[in-house]
Design a protein around this ligand. Sequence first.
Ligand code: ASP
Ligand code: MG
Length: 424
Amino acid sequence: MLVVQKYGGSSVATLERIRHCAARCLATAAQGHRLVVVVSAMAGETNRLIALANALVQPGDAPQASRGPYVAPAKRTPEHERELDQLVATGEGQSAALLAMAIQDAGGRALSLVGAQLGLLTDRSHGRARILGIDAARMQRELDDGAIVVCAGFQGTDDRGDVTTLGRGGSDTSAVALAAALRADVCEILTDVDGVYTTDPRVVPTARKIDRLSFEEMLELAGQGAKVLQIRSVELAMRHGVCLHVRTSFDDRPGTMIVPEEPQMESVQVSGVALERNEGKITLTGVPDVPGVVATIFRIMAELGIVVDMIIQNTGAGGRTDVTFTVPEAELDRAAAALAGQTMGGEVPSLSTDREICKISIVGLGMRTHAGVAAKAFALLAAESINVQMVSTSEIKISVVVHERYGELALRVLHDGFGLGVAP
Ligand code: ASP
Ligand code: MG
């Protein structure tokens, strides 16, 4: 078999952990598998590097939020973005070289590849580059030579040969892209949790590890605040049919397989429940009920690059209607400021914002074929007197917005109410 193993930051956080990963790599190779390893930077290193750059150009600025996107400093320029990628990519370079040394030290053959050596070609969008193609010739040669190839994750190079990075959490995407290019049999994502859970076990103690999950369900859960995998990596895996195995690097227990949909998966109504706390709500009241008004609102959001999540427009009454939508909480003020005072349909509607909301989503392939999932969800919430402010659905997902205060309660009630808290 050809195996791709990706080790996350906590799995390579110390030299002791790196030695442990080396032993695991050698054990995999000893089973007769060809092995490509993708590593993240040592835990905290990417944040440290970003904070250094920010402190340099903007002294006194608060350090980065741990998983957030880069906060653009006021002095950000294309030149700065180029150097920032050059800088942060070194984090993965360090762990790749250290892991290769550790494998060598334990008696194995390994070499590390970084930047242009990887053959991973991207566009020029620094900090959020898209992969355009992979030239795996070098990697193949080293594998044929019997080496374990240790790749620096999170990075590629553009057509000028400049280093680019794939966005926070991008090593997952590197691993899947390499697995697809090399036609690997499996892509193992080794991390500090033992798989994908039915919900966040820190909030709901009865949460269970899921054994098998479809790509579609994982996409919905990842997009709803389950932070196990970078969402792009799941999209890529689905497109190329790369089976993912999310498991802990701390022991040998199997984790969660994320695979193409299987017939028996539809027998489960709900496979997971997720809580997203970082949303904010904007309501425009008394909007004239004429064509073009919502188009104006969402054009303004699009121009600001703000991703709108849920949208509700009510049936008009007396020539007027209300529009409510949600955006990432960090963008709420910017969104509201851009809409305030704008003329829509000849008038300026009144605007209100609410950041004390959160979104709960229940996800399951079985919703396609089971009636009454929504009815049951609303009944469970009503029994706890939780008011539902907004609802949206897809074929395999129901999302509700509730007051922030009730988020964790709602999560627990839905999780346990759909029987996820007990062994199947
Ligand atoms: N080190 C990078 C980050 O923290 C990429 C990764 O770990 O996947 O976002
Ligand atoms: Mg990660």
